[in-house]
Design a binder for this molecule. Structure first.
Ligand SMILES: [Fe+2]
Length: 290
């Protein structure tokens, strides 16, 4: 399988340690609450080069977390989940000791049911279990590059429908998920939201082509039925999440992950039953995929 990682770049203000051959790098020597312009510019460059970047031992107030996000753009208020009290732009992703389900245990890209899905999400670990709760990421431009020319030609002209029906319990009929999760759906926003996006998008900053369908929110291809679409959606998700295209991050309290939501999947493992996990997410607005 061809892997096309770009030439590694040189950094002077941060220490960049790639995590895997496909994507992901830990950025050391960084205090996100106190960033110089030079360090910020290199973090942005590393983010584009590695698609997901990780920071350790950060200490952020909710306002500092939001301030870091705002350096990349406006902040998204999650359209479906309850926000952190007092901070509409922060989603508290919590699983309590006695909760059964978590959030994010499918291969997905965040909030793709909006016309302009986020450019990135910044997840900050406040409380983590003694083991488990890792997050996996996958590189969707590398996955696209590895498809056959025939499959690429077929996908290049296709659009897909994305919907939040899965979160609301409509896609798989699992109405109990909200009852057995700690982070709750907003009672005032239970309407189905949907958007149409190209199946292959061009990254607005790197120019690379990326697969842009996912397991959680893509319901079908435009002008096709759900039954006709699902086998190809299943294949593409299986293909894009091959181990060769992924990395896996082990959290500690104070860790931060910042993923490029335009060209990656992530998957939050639910393997820490009996322990509490609390993460705060700031989500940066993006543009309409083309
Ligand atoms: Fe997510």
């Amino acid at each position: 399988m061809t892997q096309t990682r770009p030439q590694e770049q040189v950094y002077q203000h941060i220490d960049v340690r790639p995590l895997a051959g496909s994507l992901g790098a830990e950025l050391l020597g960084v205090d996100l609450a106190n960033l110089s312009e030079e360090a910020f510019a290199e973090i942005h460059r590393a983010f584009l080069e590695h698609s997901v970047v990780f920071f350790r031992d950060q200490s952020l107030t909710p306002d500092q977390h939001k301030d870091f996000g705002r350096r990349f753009g406006g902040l998204n208020i999650h359209p479906t989940y309850e926000p952190l009290p007092g901070h509409d732009e922060i989603l508290a992703v919590v699983k309590d000791k006695d909760a059964k389900h978590n959030i994010g245990d499918t291969w997905h890209t965040d909030v793709t049911f909006l016309p302009e899905p986020p450019m990135g999400s910044i997840l900050y670990a406040r409380e983590i279990p003694p083991y488990g709760g890792d997050t996996l990421f996958a590189n969707l431009s590398m996955a696209y590059d590895a498809l056959s020319d025939g499959m690429k030609a077929m996908l290049d002209g296709l659009n897909a429908i994305h919907s939040n029906a899965y979160l609301l319990g409509g896609k798989d009929g699992d109405e109990d998920r909200n009852k057995t999760r700690s982070t709750k759906l907003r009672e005032d926003k239970r309407q189905v939201l949907s958007a149409v996006h190209p199946v292959v998008r061009t990254h607005p900053e790197t120019g690379r082509k990326c697969l842009f369908i996912n397991q959680a929110f893509t319901t079908r291809f435009e002008n096709m039925t759900r039954e006709e679409s699902q086998p190809l959606i299943d294949f593409l998700v299986r293909h894009a999440s091959r181990p060769e295209f992924t990395c896996r991050f082990r959290w500690a309290e104070g860790s931060v992950a910042f993923w490029d939501n335009r060209c990656t999947y992530h998957y939050a493992l639910n393997d820490y039953h009996g322990f509490r996990r609390e993460m705060h997410r700031v989500t940066v607005n993006g543009d309409r995929p083309i």
